[in-house]
Design a protein around this ligand. Structure first.
Ligand SMILES: O=C(O)CCC(=O)C(=O)O
Length: 258
């Protein structure tokens, strides 16, 4: 049986766990951190692709006004997204086909999961990070997405830590409040290059502002349990409202989107 090396949520202890043990932690916490999941040789070509893609944007993005949520200043998320899988980027496609990733995902979600897209999130220096959110409404029958977040460069606290509340995927909708106001039980992680974080889409999470002058990048291969459509993530749930990323006129529960 394969063993997976994980970092405990105390941020200090590491442990080797079996697939079922990993699944147990994921069900309990909604988060599993796998440090050094990637070798340098796996990271280098992908890092090169991402750097090349974002280089022209980086030149123009000094004011950090290219955020994906530019339409709505109400939501404090300064990220620029790219989906290299849909663009059939060969390097990213090869990386996505990583066997250990498939094995790990199968342990976490069960067989016949789907993972049709990729989501690179790029934030320029000085950006506001990402406000607290859930990737989709915490309605059990709708299902959820699994974020498989890769970090190809060291992320310092000042670059933008990922902060989450373990177990919050069992707590329903994120309560109203400030974009970056601390929540009880939150944990901040500054992932090192090569880290993979598995994050349940209902877990309350945010990214702290990027106080550095360099970009912060994560590469996410979202996966969906069998029977859950990718459209489950059309509606992002923020503390001060919902965002319809697919620009569809309805929420998933059928009520009209505002
Ligand atoms: O970039 C990160 O660390 C987190 C990304 C995120 O919040 C998301 O994919 O929903």
């Amino acid at each position: 049986m394969p063993l997976f090396r994980i970092l405990e949520l105390d941020g200090k202890t590491q442990a080797e766990v079996t697939g079922p043990e990993l699944r147990e932690r994921f069900d309990r916490d909604g988060v599993v951190i796998l440090p050094d999941f990637l070798k340098q040789s796996e990271m280098i070509p992908v890092r090169r692709e991402l750097d090349a893609h974002f280089a022209p944007i980086d030149e123009k993005a000094s004011e950090n006004n290219n955020g994906v949520l530019e339409r709505s200043k109400q939501f404090e998320c300064d990220v620029i997204c790219w989906d290299p899988l849909t663009e059939k980027n060969e390097v990213v496609r090869k990386f996505h086909a990583n066997r250990r990733l498939a094995q790990l995902t199968k342990e976490t979600l069960g067989a016949k999961y789907t993972a049709p897209r990729s989501l690179v999130m790029y934030s320029v220096g000085g950006g506001r990070g990402q406000a607290w959110h859930q990737d989709c409404p915490a309605v059990e029958q709708l299902g959820f997405n699994l974020n498989r977040l890769f970090y190809l460069n060291d992320v310092l606290l000042e670059d933008g830590a990922i902060v989450f509340v373990p177990g919050s995927h069992h707590m329903g909708q994120i309560p109203p409040g400030g974009h970056q106001d601390p929540l009880k039980g939150e944990i901040a992680v500054s992932p090192k290059a090569g880290t993979l974080i598995l994050l349940h889409g209902h877990v309350y999470h945010r990214v702290t502002p990027n106080l550095n002058n360099k970009p912060r990048v994560s590469l996410n291969f979202r996966a969906f349990p069998k029977g859950v459509p990718k459209e489950v993530t059309c509606i992002g749930v923020y503390r001060n409202g919902l965002v319809n990323f697919c620009d569809q006129p309805k929420y998933h529960d059928g009520s009209p989107a505002k």
